[in-house]
Design a protein around this ligand. Structure first.
Ligand code: ZN
Length: 250
């Protein structure tokens, strides 16, 4: 058994399924369509727009009739989706920025230098050995993951001590769908993307997963344990729900 702390919406979803179009009212709406083992037609708006899943046996005419029936809902949700802030895309050029621990840091490409450093809000990335954007990105992401491991490990140790348990084994996840996870064997997985968020939200996720070592559920008893470790957890839960839209795409 394991418990997940889901992101409200996955920050990035790769387009899946076939692209189809339908006229709803005066709009031509594109959607990604896939067949699935399910009983009914499902529609949702994710980061890439409208997504439709239909049972294997449902004729496409039935799918389209369903979409027309739900046209008002679909058009309303799509206009909200278009108006919603999109996560920033980091392009790794000199002067571009990204969030680390809730503050914006500016990327500075440094000729003749090797290595990466963070100082006074400046993320210096050496152009040695390879200055190509793809190579810089790869090195920078590896460095950010290292920082995440160090920082998350530090917070885990701190909160484990507060809970009075040995520091659990930590692994990093890159999951698109969850912030953290605690397994019954005491192993904790934390999403390295937490490194983009302010420390108080990192701490909430850490406290949440650690509390599962006492209560492997989301019962009232569980939330009492969380509250003992992290009193302001209700506020943090609300904030965390709005964070996935701001996670940069590296
Ligand atoms: Zn949980």
């Amino acid at each position: 058994m394991q418990l997940e702390l889901p992101l409200a919406i996955a920050p990035v979803t790769l387009p899946a399924g076939t692209l189809r179009y339908i006229q709803l009212g005066s709009e031509i709406v594109g959607y990604r369509f896939r067949r699935a083992r399910r009983r009914s037609i499902g529609i949702m708006i994710d980061d890439d727009g409208l997504r439709v899943a239909a049972p294997n046996h449902a004729p496409i005419a039935e799918v389209e009739a369903f979409l027309r029936e739900k046209a008002r809902w679909v058009l309303k949700k799509l206009s909200e989706w278009r108006a919603a802030p999109k996560p920033p895309v980091v392009d790794w050029s000199d002067g571009s920025s990204l969030a680390l621990l809730g503050t914006s840091v500016t990327i500075a490409l440094v000729p003749g230098e090797r290595g990466i450093s963070l100082e006074n809000g400046r993320l210096g990335i050496g152009l040695v050995p390879r200055p190509e954007p793809a190579a810089l990105r790869k090195r920078a992401i590896a460095w950010i993951k290292e920082q995440a491991r160090a920082r998350l490990g530090e917070r885990l140790t701190l909160y484990a001590a507060r809970l009075g348990v040995p520091t659990p084994r930590l692994s990093l996840s890159s999951a698109r769908t969850q912030w953290g996870l605690c397994r019954e064997d005491g192993h904790v997985r934390l999403n390295w993307r937490l490194i983009h968020l302010p420390l108080h939200l990192v701490d909430y996720v850490v406290a949440h997963e650690l509390a599962h070592l006492r209560e492997m559920n989301h019962s009232a008893r569980f939330w009492t344990v969380v509250g003992g470790l992290y009193p302001d957890y209700k506020q943090a839960r609300i904030e965390l729900r709005h964070c996935n839209h701001r996670l940069p795409i590296l």
